[in-house]
Write a new protein. Structure first.
Length: 112
């Protein structure tokens, strides 16, 4: 699930974290006109959920900051699923380009 990590902060409460600005695709994100901060990564998560995994909708919450993406909740499996999907994007420049281009073509606005 690299570069994301899933932590159990207290029994039954999990956080999925990504340190913004540390991925293999940061230069691709910038070339697409975005800043690879936590808010941008929340947009990536929202796009992935809406287009690839609608069953994850509402099963966790987001709490990003400029320097970090965070999703949290009590369903470890839902966060693991999101983490695997985000990892695939965070490590593949072509996948990132395709996802952002498609999302923007469909009217999605990234908040970065």
């Amino acid at each position: 699930m690299e570069p994301l990590r899933l932590l159990e902060l207290s029994p039954g409460e999990y956080s999925l974290l990504l340190d913004a600005g540390t991925t293999d695709v940061d230069e691709v994100v910038e070339a697409l006109g975005h800043e690879p901060n936590g808010y941008f990564w929340e947009g990536i998560a929202q796009v992935l959920v809406s287009t690839e995994a609608p069953a994850l909708e509402g099963r966790f919450s987001y709490d990003p900051e400029g320097g970090m993406f965070c999703a949290y909740g009590s369903e470890r499996s839902a966060l693991e699923d999101l983490g695997m999907r985000m990892s695939a994007v965070a490590t593949d420049g072509d996948r990132m380009r395709q996802l952002v281009t498609s999302a923007e073509a469909n009217g999605f606005e990234f908040d970065d």
